[in-house]
Ligand binder design. Sequence first.
Ligand SMILES: Nc1ccn([C@@H]2O[C@H](COP(=O)(O)OP(=O)(O)OP(=O)(O)O)[C@@H](O)[C@H]2O)c(=O)n1
Ligand SMILES: Nc1nc2c(ncn2[C@@H]2O[C@H](COP(=O)(O)OP(=O)(O)O)[C@@H](O)[C@H]2O)c(=O)[nH]1
Length: 226
Amino acid sequence: MSKLFRAVIMGPPGSGKGTISERIAQSFGLQHLSSGDFLRENIAANTEAGVLAKTYIEKRLLVPDHVMTRLLLPRLEEMTRHSWILDGFPRTLAQAEALSRACELDVVISLNIPLETLKERLRHRWIHPASGRVYNLCFNPPRMQGVDDISGEPLIQHEDDRPEALVARLRHYKDVAKPVIDLYKAKNILHTFSDTDTDRIWPHISSLLNTKIRTDQSSAQRASTN
Ligand SMILES: Nc1ccn([C@@H]2O[C@H](COP(=O)(O)OP(=O)(O)OP(=O)(O)O)[C@@H](O)[C@H]2O)c(=O)n1
Ligand SMILES: Nc1nc2c(ncn2[C@@H]2O[C@H](COP(=O)(O)OP(=O)(O)O)[C@@H](O)[C@H]2O)c(=O)[nH]1
């Protein structure tokens, strides 16, 4: 069996984590694990962690580390036979340390996108709240305006995707993410991509993963034939 591959994608709101994770899932067969989707599923199912997380999300606060790790780590344990890309977790150093204790990461992708680009994207971001599917009126519009392609249900916009809210969210992201980025830099697994367009970043991410996944698979094959 080929070696399993574990990646994390980080970046400020609107940087394209969800969009790029979906491309990675489709092109490389990795499972896309989105912490936002896990939270929404737990909230919908009224689990203990979901009920607790909801009180924070409603106030647009980060869910505390112990709640996030209690929610996420068991899901990762269920995935021991899969390769995955994790999107939205870890957000804090405590979450990153808990993740390091649970598994070894192969690659961390960090997206570095200019503020003006983030503002413009989020202004046009529309979401199907039940599934977490994301659209953009310019970049990937829904087939029918205001309606989810799959369920036919209405799309919504997040209050805090407004340009006025973004500067504070971004500052908060930078403060909290800095030690996480430093940790992954020190482990030599951080890869940063800077551009205004997902389509220009994608070929670089794709070739990085091609190299990493192919190299890992051939060394796993060598190990199994020795
Ligand atoms: N590690 C995480 C991931 C998510 N959340 C909470 O879950 C919400 C939804 O997460 P997500 O779907 O990732 O959406 P956004 O915060 O809008 O992030 P982004 O704009 O980067 O997609 C967040 O706002 C936050 O309250 C959290 O507290 N901690
Ligand atoms: N115009 C434009 N929009 C993009 C691009 N990449 C992603 N988007 C859109 O920008 C918004 C934010 O992307 P998303 O993947 O949700 O980012 P996340 O918040 O980091 O998960 C979504 O509406 C995407 O459809 C791009 O290159 N150009």
